[in-house]
Unconditional design. Structure first.
Length: 162
């Protein structure tokens, strides 16, 4: 499923990228869309002031991609609960767990940025993205709202009767 922002499509944005960035983003797109329930759209990332492909599970962002003349970087936001899951997971390569561990937390979120130089490097990032994808879905495929420090429940306290 392809979304647009300001008239730009992900497919069009990717087609305009120079190589090897185009091949890297295409490999990443294929892997992410293959997870199921993932949509894509172009966003404007105001930190770098450029249009970026972004991937979503429902209304929640799975990741977004910075691609240009240099290496491609993928940014993934991790709340505290998911950060601990990532750091415990042996399915995620140690190099990526180290990046997560070194990334500074802002509030209750880490904005983890992983650089990908070649399409083959995408394979190492997929376990992290697969874990976040599963974190956003319950077993029946319905969106899950992670109950950690990033949700309203942390401020409201436990619900009565449930």
């Amino acid at each position: 499923m392809e979304g647009t922002a300001g008239g730009a499509s992900v497919e069009g944005l990717v087609a305009g990228l120079p190589e090897p960035a185009r091949a890297v983003v295409q490999a990443l797109r294929g892997a992410l869309l293959g997870l199921g329930g993932v949509s894509e759209k172009v966003i404007v990332d105001y930190d770098v002031r450029q249009e970026s492909p972004a991937f979503y599970v429902g209304a929640r962002q799975l990741c977004h991609v910075h691609a240009g003349d240099g290496p491609v970087s993928v940014t993934v936001s991790l709340g505290r609960t998911l950060t601990f899951e990532v750091l415990r997971s042996r399915a995620i390569p140690e190099a990526i767990r180290n990046v997560v561990e070194r990334t500074r937390e802002y509030g209750a979120t880490r904005w983890v940025s992983v650089t990908i130089a070649t399409p083959a490097d995408v394979e190492g990032l997929i376990p992290l993205l697969r874990l976040k994808h599963s974190f956003l879905f319950e077993s029946e495929g319905e969106l899950a709202i992670p109950r950690d420090q990033t949700t309203l429940e942390a401020f409201e306290g436990p619900r009565k009767g449930g």
